[in-house]
Design a protein around this ligand. Structure first.
Ligand code: PMM
Length: 280
């Protein structure tokens, strides 16, 4: 099938709304496990301007339990089928080729792969055969090993080199460069200082010439920045303003899009940066 690139808009960067259909995701876990509730939440995000709904069935939160592929499919496929039938653009957040293949058959238009292709050797074939866009996130291993894998010589250079290798592998497997996008994988085998360094040097990734997605929404490096007077880490649903600040930054730095839990503030921020850019 012919490759089709990631969608873009002329007025602002893209905003991907997170729809975790898992009982244990760290920020919205359990709330959208029920099909109707999940679909209703997707509608809310679309009404607020989401361009893409990212449906995931396995939490990637540090220390989260992995689920079997059939359980992951059982969680995501009904939601994807319903949303796709209603004309809503969907990405599937999975590193499993079998789940991605079923999701694409159910109407998913994008594969959001937190393993950058490392999690399943068959993913490149599925992506190549479908022609759909493939977001390659920087990843070093599953959640249970993330802390020990957060060792870098130079985090910016290392992430750039490792993501470039993922791109090479994809191209060798016959995937078209038009299909690819990159993501630094904030919080995945990265301590707070690694995330800040990657953000400060985002040009190192955008300079690779592929669309870049940032997933900073509500992550713990924001919680530890925003400690209150007593030193307590800010709760995940109170990290929205910081998330919006990073959407503004992503838009200014030329990212393709952001992956967020609350859509409207990021859409607003993206529109503001877009309007300033057009007035130049
Ligand atoms: N983060 C999470 C899940 N999927 N996908 C991409 N491309 N980038 C990310 O940063 C990313 C992701 C984990 O966050 P969640 O548990 O809040 O969904």
């Amino acid at each position: 099938m012919a490759a089709h690139p990631l969608p873009e808009r002329g007025d602002r960067i893209m905003v991907m709304g997170v729809l975790n259909v898992t009982p244990d995701s760290f920020s919205d876990g359990g709330r959208y496990a029920d099909l109707d509730a999940a679909v209703a939440h997707a509608h809310e995000m679309v009404a607020e301007g989401a361009d893409l709904i990212d449906v995931g069935g396995e939490s990637t939160r540090p220390g989260a339990h992995r689920v079997a592929a059939d359980e992951e499919a059982r969680r995501v496929l009904p939601v994807i089928s319903r949303l796709a039938a209603e004309g809503i653009a969907v990405s599937v957040d999975t590193y499993r080729a079998a789940v991605a293949e079923l999701a694409i058959a159910s109407g998913a238009q994008v594969v959001n792969d937190v393993s950058g292709g490392l999690g399943d050797p068959d993913m490149a074939r599925v992506v190549r055969d479908s022609g759909c866009p493939w977001i390659l996130m920087h990843w070093r291993g599953h959640s249970d090993r993330m802390a020990e894998l957060a060792q870098y010589e130079d985090v910016v250079a290392d992430v750039r080199t490792e993501l470039s290798a993922r791109v090479e592998d994809a191209l060798k497997a016959g995937v078209s460069s038009d299909q690819l996008a990159l993501d630094p994988g904030l919080g995945f085998a990265k301590r707070a200082e690694h995330n800040w360094a990657l953000l400060a040097n985002l040009d190192a990734l955008t300079g690779l010439g592929l669309p870049v997605l940032l997933g900073a929404s509500r992550k713990s490096f924001l919680g530890s920045l925003l400690t209150d007077a007593g030193g307590a880490v800010r709760a995940s649903d109170e990290r929205e303003d910081a998330t919006t600040a990073l959407t503004t930054y992503a838009a200014l730095k030329g990212a393709w899009g952001v992956r967020v839990h609350r859509v409207r503030p990021s859409v607003d921020a993206a529109l503001v940066v877009g309007a300033i850019g057009r007035a130049r």
